[in-house]
Design a protein around this ligand. Structure first.
Ligand code: NAI
Length: 386
């Protein structure tokens, strides 16, 4: 018998509804797939409002320690505390465990309404760099002495003469490194090969930011040529690049041109939401933050805490459930993941889903979070009858 201990953060807002739903569905799928021989022992750790209420800190050290120790975990959405000097907990979590890849697979499930004519053509996997770029959080507010000092450094020592309004400018720094770019592109190439995906596309704004975004592109190509030369020459892997704005247009016009996308942090943020919208929105888009070198990975709902519907039993648990499917695949428990995906798709095909999805289905039936969860459980067990 194999039992893994899985740390999880329930999350704030709708987290209290979608996390238990996800756990019930995962436990059911494990039972059905492995008949009690593979199990998860759920270990709750705290972050966000729940942690703040209990411990007075938003992200207790203990939480980081447990994730560090157990390597793989899952989390619901967290409120970003509003206030000076408090950073996004998600960003802090990613940076403290150096989870340098934000992986977002994007595919369409039958039955889901999409703004595209052919959503079935979408099969893309976004590798978003998670630790660098403007997300490093290095910036100074306009009018502060730091902003003034930084401007004087630029002007007096670096010869920068083209800041249009120096007195009222805020400044930010965009660090992009060779190491950071290489490890992301390496992970994307390996993933493409493992999943028989043809192309890795480097998406960037190197036409404007020649050394940061352009550096990412150059280092990416050089790494592929150096480390994947056999695969490239045998045609098992292709690498190309696209400027970010053109990429957003092309994905709508010609989605089959892309499979694995490697990109920096900010571009990745925009790209993830657009691609998610192409197949049904962030309500069902899964994600994971991974360090492929240490093996640390946190799987997560990609949407926020949805305070407008929290507590009303209307939240869609699919983003977190599909993130759990990614987790099951990550640890090699694919059979359980496949059972869950099939059950979800059956439900969508029959136009049964939570309100956010059902309202766009021609004959959609809107289910509550708990009602939807029960149905998915019955479908996994093969006991669902309309
Ligand atoms: P949000 O994603 O919470 O909500 C945006 C809209 O989508 C709302 O209308 C909401 O009702 C809907 N929505 C989101 N998740 C849904 C679900 N599972 N089912 C049905 N509808 C859903 O984004 P918002 O309002 O900008 O942020 C609220 C809070 O969440 C903020 O504190 C923000 O910082 C945090 N946040 C946390 C994230 C994370 O932990 N990964 C990601 C994004 C935001």
């Amino acid at each position: 018998m194999e039992t893994i201990t899985l740390p999880y953060i329930t999350g704030d807002g709708v987290g209290a509804e979608i996390t238990p739903a996800m756990q019930t569905i995962v436990d059911t799928a494990l039972y059905k797939a492995y008949n009690g021989t593979r199990n998860i022992r759920w270990l709750e750790v705290f972050a966000g409002e729940r942690a703040f209420r209990q411990t007075g800190t938003w992200l207790p050290e203990e939480t980081l320690k447990v994730f560090e120790q157990h390597q793989v975990g899952i989390k619901g959405p967290l409120t970003t505390p509003v206030g000076e000097g408090v950073r996004s907990l998600n960003v802090v979590l990613r940076q403290s465990l150096d989870l340098y890849v934000c992986l977002r697979p994007v595919r369409w499930y039958r039955g889901i309404s999409s703004p595209l004519l052919h959503p079935e053509l979408v099969n893309m996997h976004i590798f978003r760099e998670n630790t660098e770029d403007i997300y490093a959080g290095i910036e100074w507010e306009a009018g502060t002495s730091e902003a003034g000092k930084f401007y004087r450094f630029l002007h007096d020592q670096m010869g920068v003469a083209n800041v249009r309004f120096p007195e009222t400018s805020a400044f930010g720094v965009k660090p992009v490194s060779r190491e950071g770019s290489e490890r992301l592109v390496r992970a994307a190439c390996r993933y493409a090969l493992q999943h028989n995906l043809a192309t890795v596309t480097l998406v960037h704004k190197g036409n404007i930011m020649k050394y940061t975004e352009g550096g990412f592109r150059r280092w990416g190509y050089a790494l592929a040529a150096r480390e994947f030369s056999d695969e490239l020459s045998e045609g098992r892997l292709r690498i190309n690049d696209c400027i970010a704005d053109a990429f957003l247009q092309n994905t709508l016009l010609n989605p089959t041109a892309y499979s694995v996308i490697a990109t920096l942090n900010l571009n990745g943020d925009y790209i993830s939401d657009q691609l998610a919208a192409m197949v049904g929105g962030i309500g069902i888009a899964p994600g994971a933050n991974i360090n492929y070198q240490t093996g640390h990975a946190i799987f997560e709902a990609t949407h926020g805490t949805a305070p407008d519907i929290a507590g009303s039993n209307r939240a869609n648990p699919c983003s977190l459930i599909l993130s759990a499917v990614m987790l099951l695949e990550h640890i090699g428990w694919n059979e359980a993941g496949a059972l869950i995906e099939n059950a979800l798709e059956q439900s969508f095909v029959q136009e049964r889903a939570t309100l956010d999805l059902a309202r766009f289905m021609p004959g959609g039936t809107a289910l509550s979070t708990s009602g939807f969860t029960k149905e998915i459980v019955m479908r996994i067990l093969g006991k669902y009858h309309a």
